[in-house]
Design a binder for this molecule. Structure first.
Ligand SMILES: Cc1cc2nc3c(=O)[nH]c(=O)nc-3n(C[C@H](O)[C@H](O)[C@H](O)COP(=O)(O)OP(=O)(O)OC[C@H]3O[C@@H](n4cnc5c(N)ncnc54)[C@H](O)[C@@H]3O)c2cc1C
Length: 402
């Protein structure tokens, strides 16, 4: 059977793979993108509620989690959010800023995918092959070519092989864990993976509370065991806790740990409760709290934290009991039983150990010509456009060297 020879094969036509293809194609490299799915860029299309939060104005290395926190710096500095914004503007894609510097398309995430495909096409060097199952990867030594790929679409040989197959999140979108298998094949360490940017679930009495409050959203601050804290919206759902604050915190949470919620982060609740006691001595605690939180939430909190004072006028509630209530509202301890897992997770934490990759080129230190980019690598961003920025930056870092 004949073997098709190209310079670069990229496995995975998602965010990082397409960016890498465009970048390598612009250098005149003949690139073949192989994707097992029926369509490339599916996650781009479903991202940001269909509007793709494509980057963030305030990208910093500390927006990323990794066992090797400095690894991401080089790529992020060499292809920045400003470079990607310039590309978006060059393609006249209308976009807007939302809070915390998050940039979204005005119209559709389709614009970002179309832009990446146009950038690939412009080079006339990039071919994309979908519905392609990679059956076997072997190394060869025929002068120029280092890798031989046996696939459902034929045999291919290439000089550089880029693994851009993503992580494990959303298996229905083509996530497969394939990249980790390739990493192991070439002797790489794969750090334990877990679902990130994912809602929390509960099996204790809080499960029924979140079910009853399903649909309620409020701005809170939420703190993990390691003191990482985010201020954002919390959403009660019939499965547990979601909303941006819960998703952000899930990256910093480990099974068995509690999380702490401050339901009124703008207020010193202990002093405020004492004031209410003086100013409204005949009032009930819930009557004062309902204007600040919602009625249904206050009724749930009352059952959980001050059932014996539910019908007691404020004047008759001892200060010590008010302090306990303040503590419960300001540092509500919740113990998730888990998360919704890869089924709904936006990202996969962990992955290919960066200590065995070049931070400049993303090339393996174990196998010349092999590169890992995007989510398959142990670099995970916060919610807010940081994961796509990593996909663009790592894609370009490799694209300039493959
Ligand atoms: C619902 C959702 C919303 C999101 N929204 C945002 C957002 O708004 N902003 C943001 O920054 N991030 C967002 N993300 C995260 C972002 O989508 C990922 O970080 C990013 O897509 C990772 O890029 P990647 O190229 O590494 O992987 P992917 O984009 O996942 O691409 C991997 C590609 O590899 C292919 N593939 C997998 N296995 C194989 C195989 N065996 N053979 C061949 N091909 C294979 C897949 O079909 C896919 O096309 C979101 C994620 C989800 C799930």
């Amino acid at each position: 059977m004949s073997v098709n020879h190209v310079d670069v094969i990229i496995i995975g036509g998602g965010a990082s793979g397409l960016m890498c293809a465009a970048s390598a194609g612009q250098r005149g490299r003949r690139v073949l993108v192989l994707d097992s799915s029926n369509k490339v860029g599916k996650k781009i299309l479903m991202s940001g509620g269909g509007r793709c939060n494509f980057t963030n104005l305030f990208v910093e290395p500390n927006n990323y989690l990794s066992a090797n926190p400095h690894f991401c710096i080089s790529a992020l500095n060499r292809y920045t959010q400003w470079d990607f914004i310039a590309l978006v503007e060059k393609h006249r894609i209308p976009y807007h800023e939302r809070k915390h510097g998050q940039l979204f398309c005005n119209d559709s995430a389709k614009d970002i995918l179309a832009m990446l495909l146009a950038e690939c096409e412009r080079t006339q060097q990039v071919t994309i092959q979908t519905h392609c199952q990679i059956e076997k990867i072997t190394t060869v030594n025929d002068g120029e070519h280092r890798f031989h790929l046996q696939t459902s679409k034929g045999q291919f040989a290439c000089q550089s092989l880029v693994i851009a197959a993503g992580g494990l999140s959303i298996p229905t979108m083509g996530a497969s864990g394939f990249g980790y298998e390739v990493a192991k094949q070439f002797g790489h360490q794969v750090l334990p993976t877990r679902a990130g940017l994912v809602p929390f679930t509960f099996s204790d009495n809080i499960k029924a509370v979140t079910e009853r409050l399903s649909g309620l959203a409020l701005e809170v601050s939420m703190t993990a065991k390691d003191s990482t804290c985010f201020n954002e919206n919390l959403l009660f759902t019939h499965r547990g806790l979601s909303g941006p604050v819960a998703l952000q915190l899930s990256n910093y949470w480990q099974l068995g740990e509690t999380v702490q919620v401050n339901l009124l982060p703008q207020l010193d609740i202990a002093s405020w409760l004492k004031e209410q006691k003086q100013q409204h001595p005949k009032s009930l605690l819930r009557t004062q709290l309902i204007p600040l939180l919602s009625k249904n939430l206050v009724l749930e909190l009352q059952t959980l934290h001050w059932p014996s004072y539910a019908e007691t006028p404020l004047a008759e509630i001892p200060d010590s009991a008010l302090l306990t209530v303040a503590e419960a509202l300001q540092a509500w301890q919740l113990k998730p039983s888990g998360t919704e897992g890869y089924r709904t997770a936006e990202v996969t934490l962990g992955g290919v150990d960066t200590r065995e990759l070049s931070s400049k080129t993303m090339e393996s230190k174990k196998q010349k010509g092999l590169y890992f980019i995007g989510e398959v690598v142990d670099v995970t961003g916060w919610l807010g456009g940081f994961n796509f920025q990593w996909a663009w930056s790592s894609g370009v870092a490799a694209g300039e060297f493959v």
